[in-house]
Design a protein around this ligand. Structure first.
Ligand SMILES: Nc1ncnc2c1ncn2[C@@H]1O[C@H](COP(=O)(O)OP(=O)(O)OP(=O)(O)O)[C@@H](O)[C@H]1O
Ligand SMILES: [Mg+2]
Length: 388
C-alpha cells in the first residue's frame, strides 16, 4: 500500500494541485488565521464551476502556456456499459424562479451585538479552541474515511447535516471530499448542496467504476459543488429502484480510493442500506430531533449500536437538531438522556437559514450553527481516523 503522504499527493497531483493549497472561494466557516486571497480552485475548473456541467471537459486557461493538468477523459471517451443519461434539473425551473432571498441564520440585531462583544472580549481562548478543532479536521488519513449520517425517522435533518459536514470537510481539508447520497427516496441533498442538475447516480457508477480509472475520470461523473468538493446523487430525481446493499458497497469501496473523506447521507434506520452503511462506516453521525419521541427512538438506536462489533458506539456522534424554534423538550435533558449511553452529543441549534430550505449558503448560517457544525465534523473525523 502507498505511504500515507504519497497517497494524498498522488490524488492532489491528479487534480492539478501540486501543493494542495487551493482554498475554497467562500469565506471560512471558522478560520483560525485569515487565508490569503484564494487562487481559483482548479478542482472547479476540472469539470466546470457551475453545477450540473459535469460532463464538459475542463476549461483551459486563456494564456498560451501549456496546461500542466492531465487531459480529462470524459465519459464519452470511455467505453461505457450504458448510454449517457440525460441531465435532469434538481428543481423545476418554475420553483427555482419562485425562490426568494434566503434569510440569514442570525437576526440583524444578533449579528450587530456579536460584533460589538467580539471587539471587547479576549479572544485567546477562542483561538486556542479553533486551532485544536482545525487540527482535528485536517488530520491526515491513510485510506479514505467514510462517515455515515442517518436517523431513526425521516425529515429530521440528515441531508442538512450531511451537506453541512461535506462543506466543512471540504473547507478545512486539502484532499478531495465527496458527499454521497445513499437515499434514493427523492432525497434533497443535491438541492441543499446547490446542484442545479444531476446526471449520473450511484447505481450508474456501480456499473462504470473500474480500478484502472483515475480521479479525473471519476470526477467526470460527479457534480462539482460550487464551493468545492463533489457530490454523487442517489437518483436522477425521479422515483426509481431503491439503492441496494450491493450497489452501495461497490460504490463506496471503489470511491474510497479517491476521496479522503466521504460523507454518506443515508436513508432512515432500520433500512437495509442504512444498517450496512452504519456497520461499514469508519464513523457515524446519528441525527436526533429535539423531541421526546425523537430522543426516545434515538436512544434505542444507540443501544443497538452498542451491541455491534468494532465498537460502533465509540465511533458514533449524535447531532441533536432543533428543527423548530418552538421546542417543548428541554435540550439539556435530551442531551443528557442520550449521553447516558456514553455517546458524544453535539446540539445543532435552530437556524432560520436552514429552516427556509433551498441551497445552503455557508455565509448565511448563524454563528452558533457554524460553530456546532465544525465541532460535529471534528468529533466525527476524530473517530473516523481512529478506526484501522
Ligand atoms: N438546524 C436546523 N434548523 C432549522 N431547520 C432545520 C435544521 N435542520 C434541519 N432543518 C429543516 O428540517 C427539515 C428536514 O431536513 P432534511 O431534509 O435535512 O431531513 P432528512 O432527515 O434528510 O429528511 P428525509 O428523511 O426526508 O431525507 C428541512 O426543512 C430543514 O430545513
Ligand atoms: Mg434527506
Amino acid at each position: 500500500m502507498a505511504q500515507e503522504g504519497d497517497w494524498q499527493l498522488d490524488v492532489l497531483r491528479e487534480l492539478g494541485q501540486p501543493d494542495g493549497l487551493a482554498r475554497p472561494a467562500e469565506p471560512p466557516l471558522r478560520l483560525v488565521h485569515p487565508a490569503p486571497a484564494p487562487p481559483a480552485d482548479p478542482r472547479l475548473g476540472l469539470a466546470g464551476a457551475a453545477s450540473g456541467q459535469h460532463l464538459d471537459p475542463p476549461a483551459r486557461p486563456p494564456s498560451s502556456a501549456p496546461d500542466p493538468r492531465p487531459a480529462v477523459r470524459t465519459p464519452r471517451d470511455l467505453r461505457l456499459p450504458m448510454p449517457t443519461p440525460e441531465s435532469v434539473p434538481t428543481l423545476d425551473p418554475r420553483l427555482s424562479h419562485a425562490l426568494g432571498s434566503p434569510q440569514h441564520g442570525d437576526s440583524m440585531a444578533r449579528r450587530t451585538g456579536r460584533s460589538i462583544r467580539k471587539l471587547t472580549a479576549s479572544a485567546a481562548q477562542d483561538v486556542a479552541e479553533q486551532t485544536r478543532i482545525a487540527r482535528e479536521l485536517q488530520q491526515p488519513v491513510t485510506t479514505g474515511r467514510v462517515i455515515a449520517v442517518t436517523s431513526i425517522r425521516g425529515g429530521v435533518g440528515k441531508s442538512t447535516v450531511s451537506a453541512l459536514l461535506g462543506r466543512t470537510f471540504n473547507h478545512y481539508r486539502h484532499d478531495p471530499v465527496l458527499t454521497l447520497e445513499a437515499d434514493a427516496a427523492l432525497g434533497t441533498l443535491p438541492v441543499r448542496m446547490g446542484a442545479e442538475s444531476v446526471r449520473w447516480s450511484c447505481a450508474d457508477l456501480a456499473q462504470i467504476l473500474t480500478p484502472a480509472m483515475q480521479l479525473t475520470d471519476v470526477t467526470g461523473y460527479l457534480v462539482p459543488v460550487t464551493d468545492g468538493g463533489w457530490l454523487l446523487p442517489a437518483s436522477q430525481g425521479h422515483v426509481g429502484a431503491p439503492l441496494d446493499i450491493r450497489t452501495y458497497r461497490t460504490v463506496t469501496l471503489a470511491l474510497r480510493r479517491y476521496f479522503a473523506v466521504t460523507v454518506v447521507d443515508c436513508e432512515c434506520l432500520p433500512g437495509e442500506v442504512a444498517r450496512t452503511a452504519m456497520d461499514t462506516a469508519h464513523a457515524r453521525v446519528v441525527v436526533a430531533p429535539t423531541t421526546a419521541e425523537g430522543v426516545n427512538g434515538t436512544r434505542l438506536v444507540l443501544d443497538w449500536l452498542a451491541q455491534l462489533p468494532h465498537s460502533a458506539l465509540a465511533s458514533t456522534v449524535v447531532a441533536l437538531t432543533a428543527n423548530s424554534p418552538d421546542l417543548i423538550l428541554d435540550g439539556k435533558a435530551a442531551a443528557a438522556h442520550l449521553r447516558e449511553t456514553g455517546v458524544t452529543v453535539v446540539p445543532l441549534p435552530y437556524d432560520r437559514h436552514l429552516a427556509g430550505g433551498g441551497p445552503i449558503r455557508t455565509e448565511m448560517l448563524g454563528e452558533d450553527t457554524r460553530d456546532a457544525t465544525v465541532r460535529l465534523a471534528a468529533e466525527a473525523m476524530q473517530r473516523a481516523v481512529r478506526v484501522r
